[in-house]
Design a protein around this ligand. Structure first.
Ligand code: ADP
Ligand code: MG
Length: 762
């Protein structure tokens, strides 16, 4: 009962528009809300043992509830006729083409399982180009012809739907009069249950067949890399029939007390703070990273982990990150398409579970100035159906030649397309992170570690590799590469693309991004490079060169070729930027211009040849990227303008009036000369406030004018560039004055929670 009362009270308080209640009152309410959140947590903990919701009973272990909400193989086996099950597994495992005749039987089995688990609705679940997921729920009902309904779900509904989705971004591919988009079932990612809804992962394509989502090109890129890598693997092992791409993401995020967030319109509307002076203490003591997890956060993490596991997401690691209130979650790596779906799911799940604990999750790449931003590390590797991880060294020389082959081809791929890879992770929000002091720079380079670097250097410069090989004996004359030694090298946190033992870790991906964007670019670049490599090796073999000699020769060529992209030093330093320019790496940092890399001739050719995306699709996607960029900056500019004019200036002026009042009263009581002398500090403060208020007002008006000019620009690209060059810098200028005012204005009057309040969870 106490709990119910508190929940009700909490909801009522949240309903009040606390952001609009003035200063001290607002902050008091926020504190009440937060205290209640804490109290709710404590009461619930006392009542339920751990946390508010859906906690499995104490005797249950993860293996008991893992994937209970997933229509995985175990459920397929149970709910589908044997021949249907076998056909479906053939589609999933071997890429066999989908036989429409099995759809009805699969739909029937899925429905039965879902309804037994209390589902009443189903939805096609897809990833439009908005960085979120989309779903449209339909009930499982049809008329039964007798005035009632029966639960119905056919193969037709499972396989394809036509969501009325004309308002999703499409970059002009679908004009509004032909606004049809189709979602089509992706059998390789299992259906799952969220609440009462059966969610069916799907691709989203236009009437004319172009992809309108991330999943369709991702699946194509996975097919391309599978084919190219399998061909190269056969040099080493004839039994390889399939190469799978793996992805293990690490998701960083911030937690903020819900009441605090509700009182910060900038956080609420843009996901980041557009103003706020540094907290006297933030991360300088480095006491948060891997520190002990606060109890409320630990309860949130536990809940999240359980919910994730029920959805078959193998959540494994949770820890504090570098900044205060910053945390990380990482699962065990999975097949890339599934891992991408799981990352999209976890981001949605985090938001939901956080609210149960009185928190809000911030996935923005840079919610707070002056402390670390959040990224997503995409650990990427390739593995064969014979059980070999291709980027892991082995025990024999042959294994190691295979290992070097794949590492060097990766380097060549990311060197050739370093600008494109940066474009694949660029966004208005991630731009704040790339190039900022604590984050990877806006330059793609790769860290290999001294051990692996010296092996490549040796291969590049020493002839004995080839000499020895010419004796028809594979002796690389390089030390064997025990896995442990290679693993030790992962200590360069400044590299955007680091080799970490048996995989590469693409660390520049944004925390809010759909991992697919980076994976599509990387997989396709790798597929293209492996195809080129294979052709060159085959040409030598056809000329009579022995296979191993041919391999080594071409590997050496690409060691030389990719050298500029290798960098083991400090990626944050200015020297590196200068050096990178000399090496010809792409150093562009302006997001709208970085997007151009998608339309470079080499990129268009690569996507076309690997059959991942057409030029039309690439152009459409860029239109969306530029449009999104503009909209994000536009929203930020509007929010900051509003807050400056109706929160900051009135508050500062009120405080200034109280100072003026004090000065006048001092004169009256003490006498003008003496009084003024004693009020000198106040008088300069009054002047400072006047100067800053005037300046803020001027800058806000100027920003509005610049927006008006930019809004008139006809093309999305030029408009985005105008927003980048003329509007975005003003956000910083305005904020500087506001942050200075925050330092001097009476704390009781200041209406917005400060960094010190936002950044520390007790
Ligand atoms: P760190 O923070 O040191 O990078 P973590 O343990 O937090 O390490 O994360 C490592 C991530 O890499 C995990 O998601 C893990 O599953 C994943 N991973 C490990 N091996 C591979 C691999 N061969 N391919 C892809 N991902 C991998
Ligand atoms: Mg990592």
């Amino acid at each position: 009962m106490v709990w119910l009362y508190i929940c009700k009270r909490l909801t009522n308080l949240q309903k009040e528009n606390i952001a609009n209640v003035s200063g001290y009152v607002a902050r008091n309410i926020i504190n009440q809300v937060n205290n209640m959140s804490k109290l709710r947590f404590e009461v619930v903990t006392a009542a339920f043992g751990k946390s508010a919701v859906d906690v499995p009973n104490k005797t249950e272990r993860p293996s008991d509830y893992y994937a209970v909400k997933v229509f995985n193989r175990e459920k397929m086996f149970k709910y589908l006729p044997k021949d249907i099950y076998n056909s479906l597994i053939d589609v999933i495992d071997n890429g066999a083409s989908f036989d429409g005749s099995i759809a009805d039987a699969v739909a029937e089995g899925m429905k039965k399982w879902a309804i037994e688990n209390n589902a009443t609705h189903y939805t096609h679940w897809f990833h439009p180009l908005t960085e979120t997921t989309a779903e449209k729920h339909d009930a499982f009902i049809e008329h039964d012809g007798k005035g009632g309904v029966l639960e119905e779900f056919s193969g037709k509904l499972l396989v394809q739907q036509e969501p009325d989705a004309s308002s999703f971004p499409n970059g002009g591919i679908r004009s509004t009069f032909e606004a049809r988009g189709y979602s089509a079932w992706d059998p390789t990612s299992p259906a799952f249950l969220i609440g009462d809804t059966l969610c069916i992962p799907t691709v989203f394509i236009s009437y004319t067949g172009e992809a309108l989502d991330y999943k369709a090109p991702l699946l194509k890129s996975l097919r391309a890399v599978d084919k190219a890598a399998t061909d190269v693997c056969r040099y080493f092992d004839k039994n390889v029939k399939k190469v799978t791409t793996y992805l293990g993401w690490e998701q960083e995020y911030f937690l903020v007390d819900e009441g605090m967030l509700l009182a910060r319109p900038d956080l609420l509307l843009t996901g980041r703070t557009l103003m706020g002076h540094d907290s006297a203490k933030n991360q300088q003591l480095e006491d948060h990273y891997f520190g002990s997890i606060p109890a409320r956060v630990a309860a949130f993490m536990k809940d999240l982990e359980i919910e994730a596991m029920k959805l078959g997401i193998p959540a494994k690691t949770c820890h504090n990150e570098a900044a205060p209130n910053q945390f990380e979650l990482a699962p065990i790596y999975e097949e890339c398409n599934l891992a991408v779906d799981h990352n999209m799911l976890i981001m949605a799940l985090m938001k939901e579970v956080a609210r149960r604990h009185g928190f809000r999750v911030l996935l923005h790449e840079k919610p707070f100035k002056g402390v670390n931003g959040s990224g997503k590390h995409n650990n990427w590797s390739l593995g064969t159906d014979t059980g070999t991880l291709l980027m892991a060294p082995g025990k024999t020389d042959k294994d190691n030649l295979r290992f070097i082959t794949f590492v060097v081809n990766t380097l060549a791929a990311i060197y050739r397309h370093n600008g494109l890879l940066k474009a694949s992770i660029m966004s208005a929000a991630n731009a704040h992170r790339l190039g900022a002091a604590e984050a990877p720079p806006a330059i793609i380079s790769s860290f290999l570690g001294s051990h692996l670097s010296s092996i490549l250097d040796h291969m590049e410069t020493t002839d004995d590799v080839v000499k020895i090989l010419s004796k028809r004996e594979l002796r690389l004359n390089i030390p064997a590469l025990p896995e442990l030694m290679i693993d030790n090298t992962d200590r360069n946190r400044t590299s955007p693309f680091a080799f970490t033992g048996n995989r590469f870790e693409f660390r520049a991906v944004g925390s809010e991004a759909n991992c697919a964007s980076a994976m599509i670019a990387l997989n396709t670049a790798m597929a293209e490079q492996l195809t080129i490599f294979k052709k060159e090796v085959d040409t030598l073999i056809e000329k009579g060169v022995a296979k191993e000699d041919a391999l080594v020769k071409i590997i050496r060529k690409y060691i030389k070729y990719s050298k500029p992209v290798r960098f083991d030093g400090n990626g944050y330093s200015d020297e590196w930027r200068r050096e990178a320019i000399k090496r010809g790496l792409d150093c562009e940092a302006s997001a709208p211009i970085v997007f151009d890399r998608y339309l470079d001739k080499e990129s268009v050719e690569m996507f076309r040849k690997m059959e991942v995306m057409t030029e039309t699709e690439l152009k459409a996607r860029n239109e969306i990227k530029w449009e999104m960029y503009t909209k994000k900056v536009q929203i930020e500019a509007r929010v900051l303008g509003d807050l400056a004019l109706n929160h900051i200036i009135p508050t500062a002026t009120k405080y200034q009036s109280s100072l003026l009042d004090n000065v006048i009263k001092m004169e009256q009581v003490i006498g003008k000369e003496e009084g003024d002398k004693m009020s000198q500090e106040n008088i300069s403060l009054i002047k400072e406030i006047a100067v800053r208020v005037t300046e803020i007002r001027r800058l806000v008006h100027e920003m509005v004018e610049r927006r008006k000019v930019a809004n008139k620009i006809a093309t999305e690209r030029d408009k985005a560039i105008a927003y980048h060059d003329t509007v975005a810098p003003m956000l910083e200028e305005i904020r500087t004055h506001i942050d200075k005012l925050e330092l001097v204005v009476d704390n009781e009057l200041w209406t917005l929670p400060k960094y010190r309040e936002l950044l520390f969870i007790c």
